[in-house]
Design a protein around this ligand. Structure first.
Ligand code: AHR
Length: 533
């Protein structure tokens, strides 16, 4: 059934049902929320971030330098701090990515003018004539300062690929040991921070199957154990082991099986990293210039994440029935082939359009619906990169459409997930390989202190969708508020010259008896909030 047929059938069904209930309203679709039966808490960390020493991410994106004329806080771009704070950024992953497994933390401490210049993994991707040499001006103290300014928890990816357990343990002690204990704590104090950083989240390597060491899962599991057994116990850690390349054609389930098989009889990590890129690099799909099939292709590839989460969770359950280990989706985003960089040296930076915002809404709905499985997620990457919230170049700065989705979904952070029954049929869509099927509506909901938040995404380029959100169990809503992010042009984007082309606007939602009623525009993300009694 295509959307049009469904709309007719759905409308008749709804009218039929409503005739019985005496209500003077018909909708294309009815979804039901069971606010009285909330599920898992949606970890605020699902709305997390990631910055890497790569292209223009750290240098220029985050760090402008203490003597810069660009407004800054001790060298950190002030606008970045303010906006990250505004969306309640719960965490920040650093220093990579692939950079992490070549990074030696001692290079980034002490007198900044005497820090060494070192090799950066991303050199191999730099355009001819440009150079990625790492200046080490942004090290652990600068990173921690940024985290404190934003109010974000640090999540540090340690070097397993070219580092040693000793180097890792020293870094942990340097960060977390109280003053007056080990010498590394005194050194930290001498470098400006008397108080321990209290870093809890540690990634033990990154993509150890690729840039982090091209290992087999059993090789990595053996290294993982060596790296964590003598972990300095100043702050109770949340250790994250390298997990699969989820966007591989086969979902890379073999990595998960191999790692947990090799960990039998040993303490498993609390977190297992899952990387899932909506990877368009092998296709002709461009970041800023596209037609309907390319719009749908991105969304179609994006929603595969749900099955990848389910498959790996199931596999992990074979070894750990109690599911002590949770998933940490610490890299996700839409990754296009090169071509729309802010400037050639800002490798991996992309034009971000309404399509990426819609993809973000659908991704967050997946995370929310699987809240019990996911401890954390980190968008790759927050600024001047893949799927960024911000683009910056010198004094210029802009919030992308993706930023606004992070802002709209804030209400879910730390709230309890509410089950949603969503019977909206799939859409028949044109995609790269021909006709395909895509969920006709993406939805998730949460509740906190009787305040309900519902997020909905209509991926259709053709048709609006009128929806009746029924509150099960006799719940009643008081006044409801709506916010919509959309644009008549599917390719709409925010630029330095026109920074507010795509931004949220208030949207009408009616309360009708036990339901919330609204019409979702096509190609739109919507937030509905209300208090319920
Ligand atoms: O986010 C860009 C890169 O993608 C990261 O450095 C790496 O971990 C992944 O392959």
């Amino acid at each position: 059934m295509n959307r049009r047929t469904f709309l007719q059938a759905g409308a008749s069904a709804a009218i039929g049902a409503l005739a019985g209930s005496g209500l003077a309203f018909a909708a294309d679709a009815e979804i039901e929320l069971s606010a009285g039966e909330p599920g898992a808490v949606i970890s605020p960390h699902i709305y997390g971030h990631f910055i890497e020493h790569l292209g223009g991410v750290i240098y220029d994106g985050v760090w402008v330098g203490r003597n810069s004329s660009i407004p800054n806080v001790d060298g950190i771009r002030k606008q970045f701090v303010d906006d990250m704070k505004r969306i309640g950024a719960p965490n920040l992953r650093w220093p990579g990515g692939c950079f992490a497994d070549g990074y030696h933390w001692r290079d980034g401490i002490g007198d900044a003018s005497r820090r060494p210049r070192t090799y950066n993994f991303w050199q191999r991707r730099m355009p001819a004539g440009t150079d990625a040499t790492e200046t080490n001006q942004f090290g652990i103290h600068e990173f921690m300062h940024l985290c404190r300014l934003v109010g974000a928890e640090p999540y540090i990816a340690a070097n397993v690929g070219s580092g040693t357990p000793t180097e890792f343990h020293d870094w942990v002690s340097y960060c977390n040991a109280p003053l007056g204990t080990v010498s590394l704590a005194d050194k930290r104090a001498a470098n400006g921070d008397k108080e321990p950083f209290g870093v809890r989240y540690w990634g033990v390597g990154n993509e150890s199957w690729g840039c982090g060491g091209t290992m087999r899962p059993e090789e990595y599991a053996a290294l993982y154990r060596r790296f964590v057994t003598q972990f300095p116990a100043y702050t109770e850690p949340f250790l994250v082991a390298t997990g699969p390349r989820g966007h591989s054609a086969d979902g890379d389930i073999g990595w998960t099986t191999g790692f947990f098989e090799a960990m039998r009889g040993f303490e498993p990590p609390l977190g297992f990293s899952l990387h899932f890129y909506t990877d368009l690099r092998p296709t002709p799909v461009q970041a800023g210039n596209f037609q309907a099939p390319e719009w749908y292709e991105v969304l179609l590839r994006g929603v595969r994440l749900e099955k990848v989460i389910e498959d790996h969770w199931k596999e992990m359950g074979k070894f750990d029935a109690a599911h002590r280990t949770k998933l940490v989706v610490d890299e996700w985003g839409v990754w296009y082939a090169p071509g729309s960089e802010i400037t050639p040296a800002y490798i991996l930076s992309e034009t971000i359009t309404l399509r990426d915002a819609v993809h973000t809404g659908m991704t967050f709905d997946i995370f929310n619906r699987h809240a019990g499985k996911i401890a954390m997620a980190n968008v790759a990457q927050s600024v001047n990169c893949i799927h960024s919230l911000f683009l910056a170049r010198g004094a210029q700065f802009v919030r992308t459409p993706v930023y606004h989705v992070f802002d709209m979904y804030r209400s879910h952070m730390g709230a309890r997930q509410v089950p949603v029954s969503n019977p909206v049929p799939e859409l028949n869509i044109p995609a790269l390989a021909g006709q395909a099927r895509l969920p006709g509506l993406s939805a998730s909901a949460s509740i906190r202190d009787r305040r309900l938040a519902v997020t909905l995404t209509n991926p259709s380029l053709d048709a609006p969708l009128s929806v009746r959100i029924r509150l099960a169990g006799g719940a009643r809503a008081t006044e409801a508020r709506g916010l919509v992010l959309t644009h008549q042009d599917m390719r709409a984007t925010n630029t330095f010259a026109d920074p507010d082309e795509v931004k949220p606007a208030a949207y009408p939602v009616r309360v009708v008896a036990d339901a919330l009623v609204l019409s979702l525009p096509k190609q739109a993300v919507i937030l509905v909030e209300c208090d319920i009694t």
